[in-house]
Write a protein that binds this ligand. Structure first.
Ligand code: GYE
Length: 330
């Protein structure tokens, strides 16, 4: 997996990933003192939840990598709620963990709690999603994808697909969870690209919460209210997969009657792509664990680390999905 992830920094540095040792616990814990005594690094990690295949793969990557790096992981699941993440971060501060990492449920509202971590001298690493606070001293680094770029890639595929055609293209959009960086950015990147041609019209756009259940339910309402849908753009595979069920139930053929673009490229998404039920997937890698552990070690050692660590990603057509599927790790 490391092969697939390169590290880009403002200045173009490359970070080598080092993993060593073994053994880690994975409870949120309480009352265990974190940083003291032995050499073992304690990492408090607050995860968004378990909303999607991407998230499950990301959690596994973090847990497995902590174990092989010999890092004591205190894992906390926020169940999609910012208030739970703030509580977890405060717990980590009280426990005096060595490093805090978290994947922010939403972009805004982190100033106060991150200031508390800073005052307690605990380095913070943002993983997967960014925050919109202009004070970049509140965290050491942000490791994750460029979601605007992902949205643009989705838009570029569409532009190419309808090249030379003049008829209106009616698009419905399933957005990720409200306020989350990947929902905001995938929407704006896509909109930026398609606005160049007025034939592209987003006729309905609503959140499907990044889940299959909501993706299906919202697609059902789209199908009822919009008789003429050409394209579905879903901000992740899971919502696209839910929507496929709704489209089939409405007697239409996903991928043919309605073209579908999604983001993530998890196994189930790639399978649907290989069956031509999805037409194009923009990859977003959840395998952030090894690089995260490397950054945790560096942060604990007080080493300078790049402010931005970017994951490298590709895109998939049905043919490419067929080729990639047998060796797909998530
Ligand atoms: O695309 C989606 C998940 O933050 C990149 O969150 C992540 C997104 C991912 O629920 O499936």
């Amino acid at each position: 997996m490391l092969r697939r992830l390169s590290v880009a920094v403002a200045g173009g540095l490359l970070l080598a990933s080092a993993v060593a040792g073994c053994g880690a616990s994975d409870d949120a814990g309480s009352g265990n003192s974190g940083g003291g005594g032995d050499d073992k690094i304690t990492l408090g990690f607050s995860q968004v939840g378990a909303e999607s295949g991407w998230r499950t793969a990301n959690t596994k990557s973090v847990q497995d990598s902590a174990a092989s790096a010999g890092i004591d992981l205190k894992f906390s699941d926020a169940q999609g709620k910012q208030e739970n993440q703030i509580k977890a971060i405060r717990n980590f501060i009280t426990q005096r963990v060595d490093v805090i990492a978290f994947s922010p449920v939403v972009e805004s509202g982190w100033g106060t709690v991150l200031k508390e971590a800073k005052d307690a001298n605990i380095p913070v690493i943002l993983t997967d999603r960014a925050i919109d606070d202009p004070d970049t001293t509140l965290y050491k680094t942000f490791i994750g994808s460029d979601f605007v770029e992902e949205g643009k890639k989705a838009g570029q595929w569409l532009v190419k697909e309808y090249e030379g055609k003049t008829e209106t293209v009616n698009i419905v959009e399933l957005q990720g969870s409200p306020g989350a960086a990947p929902a905001n950015d995938r929407k704006s990147g896509f909109a930026d690209v398609i606005k160049a041609d007025p034939k592209f019209k987003v006729i309905a756009s609503q959140t499907g919460q990044f889940t299959r259940t909501d993706g299906k339910a919202v697609m059902e309402t789209f199908l009822k209210s919009q008789p003429d849908i050409d394209v579905l753009y879903a901000h992740n595979d899971d919502m696209g997969l839910g929507a496929i069920e709704a489209i089939e139930a409405a007697g239409k053929k996903p991928g043919t009657d309605i073209k579908i673009i999604t983001v993530d490229a998890v196994k189930d998404g790639m399978t649907a792509l290989s069956e031509n039920k999805i037409n194009f997937i923009v990859e977003c890698s959840p395998l952030l664990g090894p690089q995260l552990m490397d950054l945790v070690k560096k942060a604990k050692a007080g080493e300078t680390i790049p402010q931005r660590v970017l994951t490298e990603e590709t895109t998939f057509t049905p043919e490419q999905a067929k080729e990639a599927l047998p060796s797909r790790k998530y």
